[in-house]
Design a protein around this ligand. Sequence first.
Ligand code: FAD
Length: 461
Amino acid sequence: MRLAVIGSGPGGYVAALKAAQMGAQVTVIEDSEVGGTCLNWGCIPTKTLIASTELLSRVRDLDKFGIDLSGSVLPNMAKIIERKNRVVDIQVKGIRALFKSWGIALKEGRASLSSPREVEVQLKSGGTETIQTDSVILATGSRPAIIPTCRFDGKNIISSNEAINLTEIPRSLVIVGAGVIGCEFACIFRELGTEVTMVEMADRAVSTEDHEVSELLEHEFKKKKIRLLTGAGVDRVEVMDDGVHTFLSDGKEFVAEKVLVSVGRAFNSEGIGLESAGVKKGSRGEITVNTKMETSVPGIYAIGDVTGGMLLAHVASSQGLVAVQNIMGAGEVMDYSVVPSAIFTSPEIASVGLRERQAEEKGLKIKTGHFQFRGLGKAHVMGEITGFIKIIAEEATDRVLGGHIVGPHASDLIHEIVVAMKNGLAVRDIAGAIHAHPTLSEGIREAAEDLHGQAIHTLRK
Ligand SMILES: Cc1cc2nc3c(=O)[nH]c(=O)nc-3n(C[C@H](O)[C@H](O)[C@H](O)COP(=O)(O)OP(=O)(O)OC[C@H]3O[C@@H](n4cnc5c(N)ncnc54)[C@H](O)[C@@H]3O)c2cc1C
């Protein structure tokens, strides 16, 4: 089996490795950097910056931990970016080494389909090469979406691609969009000392999360002095002598050194020969696929952001594994019922399954269990007591339907609920398992016990 994979983000590179491990002859074509958005401009760079700002915040709190520090603690942005580049570089080299060890051919250049079984590559080194193949996986990903009212200039009006490389801390920043990416950058820059204003069209920050999660995050933003305007539309953004002016539809105006626009992603489905091969797209420009990750053309598969579903690295990778299983004849389908997501704000957020309001809209009879981190010894030990754990279950069966965590290590803790949901477990199964002490995981058990009115470390209601 010959397989051509276009794009080497977490969708493409994972698919390529799995296919090679299953015996396929694999060629990966990458136009930019190996590792795609995730490694070079997304997950890894932002989380590396967050590691620096979290440390900064901890060091500022040293006094609370009984440690005296003489002298000042200041972020050195050039060094922070240097570290970020080193972390990215290690990951990129790691993928290149994996490709080599599994005999995967990497072609650096821009690929497009010239027919369902032929991929043409404009090589970076010059010239073109045509690759004959039996199957193709399109894993071309996405890029920052542009809105006509806020056009990027790469310097003053920027996207996340530039925000991860700012070697000077902006004095002030307007962030258009209080979704996942916007909120993560708000926390990064606020910790660095930037005056941050966020403008969001929806009625709350991270509006796809459970409403209680948004409420807590907004409360924390207030404490950090991050100004958040919700239900607010941007009329236009203009660069003037005194800074960048953001004009809102209601007449308000803000001036800042820079404006970061994070209003979603556009799909990389143009210029890749979809028309020549007859591959169908949806109304938003996404490549249409079924649950086997098959496009409208037999033998051509699409995975990851370009398919327009959940724009998450782990979803792209899982789709890649499913596509490869189908290419190799195993007949597998994607199951989106249990997909965790994490937001690396301060405090961290993680969720899986149904939000409370979604459950209500579906007319489901549910029960919820809550536990505040402040009720845990470990949270006090760590000095991180803000946040809660919430578990949602079906009333009749006690089956876990969702979990929402805001607080320390939320992105790690969520997986206990993920495994419970994936295996159809009931809340009593979580409550019945002994959890080690003192750990943050005890909070999951307490939330599970609370759902049955039996939490130990909760005041009588
Ligand atoms: C700032 C930011 C933070 C994020 N944080 C997280 C996070 O914490 N957790 C998480 O799960 N997700 C996160 N994401 C989302 C995550 O990065 C994406 O969901 C993921 O990268 C999608 O993977 P992909 O393989 O579909 O595409 P991509 O990673 O976008 O990779 C596609 C690759 O295809 C290449 N390509 C495109 N067209 C061609 C062509 N014609 N020829 C050759 N190559 C081509 C591109 O150069 C690119 O390298 C974040 C995104 C951003 C922007």
